[in-house]
Design a binder for this molecule. Structure first.
Ligand SMILES: Cc1cc2nc3c(=O)[nH]c(=O)nc-3n(C[C@H](O)[C@H](O)[C@H](O)COP(=O)(O)O)c2cc1C
Length: 341
């Protein structure tokens, strides 16, 4: 495993970054650094590469690709919310064949570690996507976006039921290279996220990506109608961060050995540090990229600083650190842990 060595970005006034070993892994997926892009927020990384060297990140998680090209939902498809945004893009994209030919080929030639995100409308589509990706060079892992409506089951979102979530992961596992790392991306819109995590791991997921956006809605008070053409949309950004940290924490508690890629509202290295302490081995950065395209690399540097400031020389030692036994002088009532007012 190579050790990530950071030098300040061009033009940076910072003299030196702390000497922290940022290498990490998500199961069999070894990463030299812990920050990745979040699916759908950086396309296939090409635009970000104008702002910083994308190969310095842990990896690029590409926009979820479907079997066929899609134009997405009608506009408006974005709405601002306090500390976040609502989107209903509708998985616009070129379809898997063009994605492999253009985007994946570019990422491979660029030397980025690429996690390909896939999405389908039924289990068969996920199987076909896995078959298309099999033996294609330049894929470090597959992230399976299961926050999609299952057209064969009244449009119920796969990620919201253990059975449908596991049937998708089983299909992708079956048709993928047995050594291919597979991350199941979960939705927070469930009663018990660890139940879904258990189901997808039993079905063959190597690790968990958490979380996708949470369902929200905005009414435009001028038109007195829903602000989005799709009526509801996915809420992302800092507003959802505490929900995401809670999801990481609960999954880590339920499945201590399953690697987690954490995300949701990360804007700074300190935010990312929370996810690491809660149990994530790596993090994805999404919405912040829309107003700060250099954010993923900045956050990676800031995370190194956070780790150093807290006495960690290796990121791996900080993963799940918040779960350690309570210090003797702090009294914690375990029964109160999940209590709410
Ligand atoms: C505009 C937009 C598009 C997104 N598209 C996808 C997608 O294609 N697949 C997916 O799994 N998640 C998608 N997401 C969810 C993000 O990957 C991420 O899970 C979520 O936004 C939380 O992280 P953030 O608050 O840092 O953005 C999208 C989010 C946004 C804002």
């Amino acid at each position: 495993m190579t050790r990530a060595v950071f030098s300040p970005a061009a033009g940076s006034t910072v003299e030196q970054w702390p000497d922290v070993d940022l290498s990490t892994s998500l199961g069999s997926l070894d990463l030299p650094a812990p920050v990745l892009t979040a699916s759908g927020c950086a396309a296939a990384g090409r635009e970000l590469d104008q702002f910083f060297d994308i190969t310095a990140l842990g990896g690029i998680v590409t926009k979820s690709v479907m079997l066929q090209p899609r134009s997405g939902r009608a506009t408006p498809r974005m709405a601002e919310t306090p500390s976040g945004m609502l989107n209903s893009i509708g998985l616009q994209g070129p379809g898997i064949d063009q994605f492999i030919e253009k985007d994946l080929a570019w990422l491979d030639q660029r030397g980025a570690r690429t996690i390909v995100s896939i999405a389908g409308s039924n289990v068969d589509e996920y199987s076909k996507l896995a078959q298309k990706l099999r033996n294609v060079p330049g894929i470090a892992g597959i992230e399976v976006n299961i926050s999609c409506p299952n057209v064969e089951n009244r449009g119920l979102v796969f990620a919201c039921q253990p059975d449908s979530a596991s049937s998708v992961i089983q299909a992708v596992r079956r048709f993928s290279d047995p050594k291919m790392p597979i991350l199941a991306k979960l939705s927070p819109d469930v009663t018990d996220i660890s139940e879904i995590a258990h189901a997808v791991v039993r079905a063959g997921a190597t690790g968990i990506s958490v979380m996708n956006t949470t369902l929200g809605m905005v009414i435009n008070t001028d038109t007195m109608r829903p602000a989005l053409a799709g009526v509801t949309g996915g809420l992302s950004g800092p507003a959802i961060r505490p929900i995401a940290v809670r999801c990481v924490w609960q999954i880590r508690k339920a499945l201590p050995d399953v690697p987690i890629l954490g995300m949701g509202g990360i804007r700074t290295g300190q935010d990312a540090f929370q996810f690491i302490l809660a149990g994530a081995s790596a993090v994805s950065v999404g919405t912040v990229v829309f107003n700060d395209p250099s954010a993923p690399l900045r956050i990676q540097h800031e995370l190194a600083q956070q780790l150093s400031d807290h006495g960690f020389s290796r990121l791996r030692d900080a993963v799940s650190y918040a779960h350690r036994e309570a210090d003797a002088d702090i009294v914690v009532d375990i029964d109160e842990e999940y209590e709410v007012e």
